[in-house]
Design a binder for this molecule. Structure first.
Ligand SMILES: [Zn+2]
Length: 289
């Protein structure tokens, strides 16, 4: 039931809609049952138009990442937003910031373009009151894009602002420490959302609070895992020579390299197809496999 549906390609990237996404138009349908058909249709169209803008936001991230040679697997739309699955993240803070800001920038450009269109066509301005359904649709889409812009710049995971904050912090400290601080800021913001949700009261704000807190913790856990595996590789690097390349270098040059490094540990000899034990840059014995 919750499988993803492929909508097609956008800028050469596969675009999917997650099964849970359809809960959103269903919710719009049910909460608007007492409204006129025209209003229900308008609200449904608005949901799809906003999510088209969310998809374009993700395309912004994907194109910025492509500029640094990072491919995007796909873009998936969920009821709470979109996700572009980048096949990596630039480790350079300036590049990570550029990739993070490219998404919100798309929404700002859309809002600015809409405002220009409204001026030129002489439609009712978004901040003026109008009962005309087309005016209402256009102004709601305008505000939705401004909200997508502003909300995503909040300095909390999983918003883009959280990534910008982490990248800025990581100029001065390790990425792990930067992620820990950014995750703490996310928790503080989540508490703020929760209190605001209780005060208003707003269920959706409370849901946002929980999602922000959970995804902030998930980001931290993922970074800790990444660092731990890097640490493991680094330590194991002292015991094992690098895994042989698919196109093995001549054993002689590997041996020279190991001798020069005064290597101790196990190294694979691709020609003889055996593991060789080395001691201070000298092969001491072969280990039969
Ligand atoms: Zn984004």
């Amino acid at each position: 039931m919750f499988n993803s549906l492929k909508l097609g390609k956008i800028f050469g990237i596969d675009l999917y809609v997650h099964g849970t996404f359809w809960l959103l138009p269903l919710l719009v349908l049910f909460t608007g049952l007492s409204s006129s058909v025209a209003v229900i249709v308008l609200n449904l169209l608005l949901v799809f138009a906003v999510f088209a803008c969310v998809a374009l936001h993700e395309v912004g991230h994907a194109l910025a990442a492509a500029a640094y040679g990072i491919r995007t697997g796909d873009i998936t739309l969920y009821p709470i937003g979109g996700v572009a699955s980048l096949e990596g993240m630039p480790e350079k803070p300036s590049q990570e910031i550029a990739v993070a800001l490219a998404g919100p920038a798309v929404n700002l450009v859309i809002a600015a373009g809409m405002l220009a269109g409204i001026f030129v066509s002489g439609m009712t301005l978004p901040w003026a009151n109008s009962t005309d359904l087309v005016d209402v649709f256009v102004s709601n889409l305008f505000w939705a894009n401004l909200m997508l812009f502003g909300f995503n710049l909040l300095p909390a995971f999983p918003m883009d602002g959280g990534r910008v904050l982490r990248a800025l912090l990581s100029i001065r400290m390790t990425r792990l420490r930067a992620t820990e601080i950014a995750a703490k800021v996310s928790t503080v913001l989540a508490v703020g959302f929760l209190l605001m949700g209780l005060y208003l009261p707003s269920i959706s704000l409370m849901v946002v609070a929980v999602v922000v807190w959970l995804l902030g913790q998930a980001e931290l856990a993922a970074m800790r895992m990444h660092e731990a595996s890097k640490d493991f590789e680094r330590r194991m690097g002292g015991y094992f020579a690098p895994v042989p390349d698919p196109e093995p270098r001549p054993a002689a040059s590997v041996a020279e390299d190991l001798a020069a490094r005064r290597f101790s540990g196990l190294a694979w000899n691709p020609e003889r197809r055996v593991w060789v034990q080395w001691q201070n840059g000298v092969p001491v014995r072969e280990i039969p496999t």
